[in-house]
Design a protein around this ligand. Sequence first.
Ligand code: PBG
Length: 328
Amino acid sequence: MFPTTRMRRLRGSETIRALVRETTLAVDDLIYPLFVCPGTDVQNEIPSMPDNCRASVDRMIEDCREVRDLGIPGVLLFGIPEHKDETGSEGWSDRGIVQTAVRAIKKQVPELLVITDVCLCEYTTHGHCGVIRDRKVDNDATLELLARQSLSHARAGADVVAPSDMMDGRIGRIRRALDGEGFADLPIMSYAAKYASAFYGPFRDAAGSAPQFGDRRGYQIDPCNADEALREVELDLEEGADIVMVKPALAYLDVIYRVKSAFPVPLAAYNVSGEFACIKAAAERGWLDEQRIMLEVLYSIRRAGADIILTYFAKQAARVLNGESGAR
Ligand code: PBG
């Protein structure tokens, strides 16, 4: 009780604050998402995601070298295909854009961990995450294509596959497919608790993957639910997920906390495009201190319980954490 107890004693200098700091953030907790598109020498800024680009493989490799040099352990790859069709066939073709990008990274920047997003929405004309039957995504018919897509990523040299589609049973189906083709050691990072969120807006602009009719509420989780997220995580773990993810991160810190409390497994959180865009937009107007907000947000995600953070801030945060002078 005051005056015997004074909480301010441990806040008097940066040295003592650092000594009692409970949460750490390290460059090797971060994963940087990348958008790869066809062509050569292409680097298109994404208007709603400042500092992020859609890049052709050659330019993406330059980015990968920078990511590696900053000490960031890995990238998460999204593909923007040449052509979209009803079943998203470029998504599961060995000649697809992601498969080509993976082969290039593994050849030219082999130290970098390559995680591939497994989902059909970037590759389908209708923009949904699976095969459409009667204006709905057909769960069971989609599983086969997700397994094919995962296998083609594995053959190209992916280090981890990350299914983000939210179909039921996909982790088990993908695990069996990988095991059957000699990829028993390839980990699956499951987007286990993925919410039907408006925070994906900028990403959908970047990937041209907004649904052309309806929305994703028939397969992604209702933002009002958290118990349901725990069930999703439990099922994915039973089916063989090695790392589970909560997405988005900031509006779902309670979910991150609950998942980490319930399951002692590696937990990732995706600090998504809309969360990034909000901060960038406010900072551009001079309304927020971008660097401090970025760190506060990343620390909050770690404090909630995430081991790994997927974030468009990865390079910017790494520069600060590496102590680069003039880092922003
Ligand atoms: C694909 C996918 C999405 C994101 C990651 N994988 C979009 C969606 O579900 O519509 C969003 C990432 C972000 O907003 O940064 N299904």
